[in-house]
Design a protein around this ligand. Structure first.
Ligand code: C2O
Ligand code: CU
Length: 474
């Protein structure tokens, strides 16, 4: 179950062009093979989000499915995607977490012109990092992602960790009417000043899950991707003890999640190793316990009658590191980034300053260093020189959590509330709890104009975004 359509190298290899190219082995000085592009077409359609006897839901989707095709490519290969727009409005595709050249980042009016209805755009870049990534539009994102436009992008290691099964769970929640239509109200002010557009129907890979068959003794690599506009998941695997091996695609020291709960904010990814320790026939629920008094069973893991092996394997779990530039903390330049806005206790807005109050009247509800950016942003709030290290001392002066995403780079999360983090983990999207201070460090090694925004898509639309410019050395 939970299979998504699958486009991968094997399909390229089945095509004549790729077969011709594959003769490169041993042939020196021939140009690198160019795979034919994968076609991704954004359009309207229908999806069976709910089980029978419920009907289909009209959605927006890539290649006629939700999620869109799982793209699989090997680290170091060149990805070519021919994006076609069959929607009634503009779109783009952003490769979330992938360190692309700026022109391939998919941000309309910043890195490319929007792809107009009926038009095509070729995305093409070398994939530097292995890991779990995803793709989604970066235009009218609350609505386009909220209606189903997203898909997984898996970059395989040359030497992956050994597992029995490698499974992707793309999590989403939908706000459905009783008829099973996607509720309107995208852009609602209420969603914008609170926690964003929360749904009422949670899906894994576009289906309301029920059960998944597993085998006693089996080892699974589970790639979790949160494609929800606003919902944060806190997955509790009960007696199973999942081990976190990667965050946002980047390897991390294998470790048990804090208090055993895997927390995953919008746009974030977590790779887990799960050893199935249940007895044949045993049912083990996976629960989402993130929100108080809103716990529910996401899916039941059902052990089949025949075990795979008597005991769980003890194969190594550590992933090889990706080629990221190591920040030079001693030489780093520090920048203060303050987040304000949104609804506080007693119905007060958290802007603080008079100018913010004026902006809020125009629908600008969230601020980065006092500025709410709505519509296409072009002017950077930070300009960094290529090759230099920077520490962003971020402070969440709001009553809401925010998953903060930076394009074109991964950063180390070096401290929370002044305390060094245990794993100095690499992320591209970092959760900030209400009132929390989070310090991140990175080398500005990718020149261009890069979005920096909250990935609660309604917060982003109501101002919580900005641009960081990385200039090439003079
Ligand atoms: Cu996942 Cu700016 O995006
Ligand atoms: Cu936010």
């Amino acid at each position: 179950m939970f299979q998504t359509p699958f486009l991968n190298r094997r399909q390229f290899l089945a095509s004549g062009a790729a077969l011709a190219a594959s003769t490169k082995i041993g042939a020196a000085n021939t140009p690198a093979p160019v795979n034919p592009p994968i076609k991704l077409s954004a359009g309207t359609g229908q999806a069976a989000l709910r089980p029978a006897p419920f009907g289909l839901t009209p959605v927006w989707q890539y290649n006629g499915s939700v999620p869109g095709a799982e793209i699989r490519i090997r680290q170091g290969e060149r990805l070519r995607i021919e994006a076609h727009n069959n929607l009634p409005e503009d779109t783009t595709i952003h490769w979330h977490g992938i360190r692309t050249p700026n022109a391939m980042d998919g941000v309309p009016e910043l890195t490319q012109n929007a792809i107009r209805a009926g038009e095509t755009f070729l995305y093409e870049f070398d994939v530097l990092d292995a890991g779990t990534f995803w793709y989604h539009p970066h235009h009218n994102s609350s609505q386009q992602v909220g209606r189903g436009l997203y898909g997984p992008l898996i970059v395989e290691e040359h030497d992956p960790v050994k597992v029995d099964r490698d499974i992707t769970w793309m999590l989403d929640d939908w706000r459905l009417t009783e008829e099973g239509d996607i509720a309107g109200g995208f852009g609602s002010m209420h969603d914008a000043v609170h926690g964003g557009r929360m749904g009422n129907t949670v899906t894994i890979n576009g289906k309301m899950p029920d059960r998944m068959a597993v085998k006693s003794g089996e080892r699974i690599r589970l790639r979790l991707i949160n494609a929800a506009n606003a919902r944060i998941f806190g997955l509790d695997f009960g007696a199973l003890s999942p081990v976190v091996i990667a965050l946002d695609g980047q390897p991390v020291t294998p470790h048990a999640p804090d208090s055993g709960v895997v927390v995953i904010g919008p746009a974030m990814r977590v790779d887990l190793i799960i050893d199935l320790t249940g007895k044949p026939g045993e049912v083990m629920p996976v629960k989402d316990i993130y929100y108080n008094r809103m716990e529910y069973t996401l899916v039941d893991l059902v052990h089949e009658a025949t075990p795979l092996r008597a005991a769980v394997p003890d194969w190594p779990m550590e992933l090889p590191p990706n080629p990221l530039s190591e920040p030079d903390l001693k030489a780093a330049t520090r920048h203060e980034i303050i987040f304000n806005g949104g609804m506080m206790g007693q119905g007060m807005m958290g802007g603080g300053m008079m100018s913010m109050m004026n902006q809020m009247r125009q629908g600008n509800m969230w601020f980065i260093n006092g500025v709410a950016a709505t519509g296409p942003v072009k002017e950077p709030f930070l300009t960094l020189t290529q090759g230099t290290t920077h520490i962003l001392n971020m402070e969440n002066r709001t009553s809401w959590p925010h998953p903060i995403h930076f394009h074109g780079h991964s950063f180390r999360v070096i401290a929370r509330n002044g305390q060094p983090t245990r794993f100095q983990e690499w992320q591209d999207t970092v959760m900030m709890a209400p009132e929390e201070k989070v310090d991140i460090a990175f080398v500005a090694d990718n020149p261009g104009e890069w979005m920096f925004h909250c990935h609660i898509l309604e917060h982003q639309a109501a101002g919580m975004m900005g641009v960081i410019r990385v200039t090439t050395q003079a």
